[in-house]
Write a protein that binds this ligand. Sequence first.
Ligand SMILES: [Zn+2]
Length: 286
Amino acid sequence: MERVLGLKIDVDTYRGMQIGVPRLLDMLGSEGIRATFFLSIGPDASGRALLQILKNPRFLRKMVRTRAGSLYGWRTALYGTLLPSPLIALSFPELVRQIVAAGHEVQFHAWDHRRWQDDLTRQPAAWIQEWFRKGIEGYEHLTGRRPSAFGAPAWLIDERVLSLIARYRFAYLSCTRASAPFIHHGTDFVEIPSDLACFEEIGFDASDGPLLAALEPGGMHVLPVHAEVEGGIMAGRFTGLLRAVKHQGYRFLPLGEILPLLDRSRLPSRRFALRLLPGRSAVCAV
Ligand SMILES: [Zn+2]
């Protein structure tokens, strides 16, 4: 069975863009690996997460377990509350060009990542439309083209999102956690889901054994990666993992190059559901 791994690298914060992305570009470059970067384009309102701690005890446990202070830095914890929210990708146009020049795929992840996670289900359709308009405009400004894929922040979507984005004609979505690609029920969208767990969920001190065991049989897989984590305090472990996966005989492809390997006519049509997965603080689409 063919062995293909896609790295879905989400950039969620200013610090992840500023420090994590250059570090990942170095690592991937020296390993000869190409990946897909899903960029947050607009404001970093991470500080609003502090408000979540008051509302959601699971969130506090996650912050402690993932050593959020050393992971994100304390400035990040105040963006959008005591400090103004800096723009993420829009602050680093040259870096976006470097990602593309290195042969990686760049796609659209978010306008305001934090607000999507916190507010999506409460906001009206017009808010969602405006969020996409600003994000896609920013993406076009940075790359000179339209994004051909969308990966929802925190794997959170609802039915309204799927119908509102029909007009963007994305070639694929990567908005869910599921074992294999499918077509989103009632739409034309091919979904290339993340089927593996990320370091944040497995635990920073846990072994990569289960991850490598999941890859051992072969096939096509997608690993979710966060620029703040694998391009930060987990960089050493991530390099080790990439080498071990290479050793298993895998080749790495951006998700946009996995897409043509799929036989669209044979993909099942499936409806997503929202569930709480192990190691996560909020529900996501599965
Ligand atoms: Zn994200």
